[in-house]
Write a protein that binds this ligand. Structure first.
Ligand SMILES: Nc1nc2c(ncn2[C@@H]2O[C@H](COP(=O)(O)OP(=O)(O)OP(=O)(O)O)[C@@H](O)[C@H]2O)c(=O)[nH]1
Ligand SMILES: [Mg+2]
Length: 256
């Protein structure tokens, strides 16, 4: 989870992203999505007044966090900056990527726009490469209906192999189902196994070779493969992020 200070005590756990947990029973949920898909509307609808805003640590990008309770658990929802990709070509993309990769949220909701789903799936696929615990929220279903666009939510879920929930967040439609699904995924009641890209044999060999060089540092096999892919890509920002977040985590916990 990346909670480095006073981990294991009940109070005052603050992670490198300044997420504060007051109880071990709290679950952290990331809210990702393209710009203007309704992330903040979903965030506001779920957290109401229980939210606070600030900046991402060391960055001038706004950060909103809020809480809601569902069933017997408290959820800390983190509204990530709107991005089209996680390849870190902007500071917003880097924040979203680093939070999902190194902040290890218990689940990530990707909010998408039902009226232009195809464009949004790029980010969905990238998040699915980075973590298993993905829920796709197809928002603006009311707008899609108005435009006579039908979205096959079940078919999409089958194709992606992750839960897909339709919402019209501004009207509050679908939010109960979204919260139920977030609960099930973050508690491990539903265990998504997202479909992922498999490359040709020679590339897979290089991926395996790269993975073997860093596997002692990375426990999570999904993150391990994703980091190997980024290193093969020649993504230098990932090296900085590994130093910043993973090294801090090792030093703090001393168990990885
Ligand atoms: N019709 C309709 N409009 C919505 C819905 N959800 C959000 N909106 C509207 O869409 C616009 C963008 O919503 P935001 O919640 O600000 O979107 P966002 O993803 O947080 O945007 P950025 O933070 O700029 O990336 C606002 O005008 C919302 O009122 C919905 O389900 N239906
Ligand atoms: Mg927003």
């Amino acid at each position: 989870m990346g909670f480095t200070r006073q981990a294991g005590t009940k109070e005052g756990m603050t992670d490198v992203f300044s997420i504060e947990k007051t109880s071990l029973d709290e679950l952290v949920i990331a809210l990702a999505g393209n710009p203007n898909t309704g992330k903040s509307t979903v965030f506001n609808a779920l957290t109401g007044l229980h939210q606070h805003t600030g900046n991402w640590p060391g960055k001038t990008v706004a950060n909103a966090r809020g809480n809601y309770r569902h069933k017997d658990k408290t959820f800390i929802l983190v509204d990530l900056p709107g991005t089209y990709s996680l390849l870190a070509s902007s500071v917003e993309e880097q924040i979203a990527r680093d939070f999902i990769c190194f902040g290890k949220p218990d689940a990530t909701i990707v909010v998408t726009d039902a009226t232009c789903l195809e464009r949004n799936l790029n980010l969905v696929l990238q998040v699915m490469e980075l973590t298993n615990n993905v829920i796709v929220c197809v928002n603006l279903m009311d707008e899609a209906k108005r435009k006579n666009i039908e979205v096959d939510l079940k078919g999409l879920s089958r194709e992606l192999s992750v839960p897909v929930i339709g919402t019209a967040a501004r009207e509050g439609t679908g939010l109960k189902e979204l919260m139920d699904t977030v609960y099930d995924v973050s508690m491990g009641i539903i265990k998504p196994v997202p479909k992922r890209m498999e490359y040709e044999e020679d590339i897979e060999e290089i991926i395996k070779d790269t993975m073997s060089k860093i596997e002692q540092y990375v426990k999570d096999p999904v993150v391990l493969r994703w980091l190997a892919l980024r290193l093969i890509d020649g993504d230098k920002t990932i090296i900085d992020s590994i130093k910043e977040y993973m090294m801090a985590d090792w030093e703090g916990r001393g168990d990885t």
